[in-house]
Write a protein that binds this ligand. Sequence first.
Ligand code: ADP
Ligand code: AMP
Length: 219
Amino acid sequence: MIIVLMGPPGAGKGTQAHKLSEELGIPALSTGDMFRSAIKGKTPVGQKVEQYVAQGDLVPDELVTAVVEERITQSDCADGFILDGFPRTVGQAETLDKMLKKYNLSLSSVISLNVDDETIVKRQGGRLLAPQSGRVYHKAFNPPKVEGKCDETGEDLIQRTDDQEEVVRHRLKVYHEQTAPVLHYYEEQGALVEVNGEQPVNEVFKSLVDIVRRSTAAA
Ligand code: ADP
Ligand code: AMP
């Protein structure tokens, strides 16, 4: 089962990817989390991507696709995986198709979470992240049980440096220019399903589980 979660930055991809991962027993892979952890660990990849991530620009395709191929060929992905934040350009989507073909795999569902730009800005202003577990919270919309701590690991929650309003607006611009065409790419393949991402977290989740169950029943 291979699921792609699409949608603008702050649409709720990470939130839903974690819930789906628990529900389906397959890992959620976030390229953003991979880059943040590489930057923190000062790895060669981290050093290459740091500026792009800080400024809200996309990391070059070759770097992203290499990281993804390395990750999806690990043993915990054998029963499937959820991609959160990848592909983000038509070039990445084409490379993903080739990669899957090479390993005799195919996409089960491509789901776009549709959320208005102003909702995005409000959501990202209050986003809190648990860097180790990758869990995402919101100060008002999805608060942790204990203020400032992750429900799962108890680690301290942080605010992402790229969640300042100026960078968020730039990331939205980048999304509309470079990532929105990927939706048309999947639409043309007849693979795209759209979900209203403005609903509460649990309502969005119900819609996603429904879509995923239907796609596996049809396969
Ligand atoms: P993405 O991975 O698409 O960038 P996140 O999952 O990190 O988005 O969500 C962005 C912010 O919005 C987080 O603070 C999260 O808690 C909050 N959020 C996610 N889904 C919803 C929702 N359906 N309603 C309200 N807030 C949400
Ligand atoms: P995210 O956590 O998905 O919001 O991603 C954070 C940042 O990581 C983005 O603003 C980009 O700089 C970079 N990034 C994550 N995924 C990709 C991707 N698929 N292609 C290019 N850059 C990416």
